[in-house]
Design a protein around this ligand. Sequence first.
Ligand code: SF4
Ligand code: SF4
Length: 459
Amino acid sequence: MNAPREAVIRMYAAREEIYPRETGGRYATLRWACVWLTQLLFYGLPWIQLNGRQAVLFDLASRKFYLFGIVFWPQDFIYLAALLIVCAYGLFLVTAVAGRVWCGFACPQTVYTEIFLWIERRIEGPRSSRIRLDRQPWTLEKLARKGAKHAAWGVVALWTGFSFVGYFTPVRTLGGEVAALALGPWEAFWVLFYGFATYGNAGWLREQVCKYMCPYARFQSAMFDQDTLIVTYDAGRGEPRNARRKLAGAGDCIDCSMCVQVCPTGIDIRQGLQYECIGCAACVDACNGVMDKVGKPRGLIRYATETALAQRLGPAGIRRRVLRPRVLVYTVVLGALVAAMATSIALRNPLKLDVIRDRGSMGREVDDGMIENVYRLQLMNTSEAPHKLRISVAGIPSAEVAGDDVVEIGPASTRAVPVRVRIGPGAGHPGSNRIAFTVTGLANPDLHVSEEAAFIVPK
Ligand code: SF4
Ligand code: SF4
């Protein structure tokens, strides 16, 4: 008797290789402008020097972040939190207005995939050649082309990993270590790790990152409404399709499949909005090219909103509906957050002061019956300039700093200063008295910071 056959249930579909066709047009130009802009920034920023050090450096070892002359310390973590909130609101706002425009034009996954695809096309040829090459058996030519492609990808990936680590270790030092083959183990690990992630994501995984791994793709539909810009196929104008261009009364779509061939996620936008669509508008460029050739108006596939399609609104009608409550709320919150953050950074006092009383010595009587307490002042200079500072004390009549009251502190540094404070006989009451230390810039009296402390008078 034959054993019953087990049903096989596949939990996910095997990936089908996608060979996006190269396309030109307004949106392709815009995407390449984004590639150049983002990569010039990413690769170039670590090489800019300011005040004798890297202008943008996240120095984890000394727990200082340098950002164009502003130094952030661990105490400034609030700014990082605020920056993340600003980025989140910025993304909400952009998504509510223009859908997945970030995904299609500026997301690192899109940008690096675009770069890797460009290399692939230069080495393996256009779409049809790439398909043929993949299907043919291994030959010397295939080996050479594939080897050259992966070598070029590897160079870009390693340079990306190197640039990434250059934000955390001074990039010039890092470059010297690479040249001398003396890279530290952690730096080597992160260069390879980030490089490998770039190579894997942009070279192999590509659209699968957007489809299966990106959390933003999952929740952004919650920010869409019927007035959000999406890439849409105008079915009212395109259907019924006119493949042979002979049907009387048929639509403008000639069923050439160019929109599918250029799509980096391999979908057919004519089937309606799909979660795989990253809004890159490659299909818009491709279809516009086809419409030009067949002498029809452009825009069969275009950026539009559901409302615009239903009510046949043009660009002016779409613009009129942009300012809706959701967009206004995001804009107001974002504007307020940015203004609050900028004001807080602009007004930030570069001096910080902590006072620690020397618990080893209680108040003691010194010369002429004066009472002395000893403190340790922890000074922090968060600016990129050195400062000469005067230490003064108030709160008890006759209170003064004994000894030298002027200290110097270097740029972006901390310094511990032992300070003795004396008061005259009879000043203050037995027990604990409140005093306040003030540290003032000698060259700039507006630069000052105060901190309270206790002065102990023996009973
Ligand atoms: S590119 Fe335009 S004409 Fe060609 S199949 Fe797509 S929608 Fe139809
Ligand atoms: S359907 Fe069009 S916009 Fe969406 S991912 Fe494909 S090519 Fe880009």
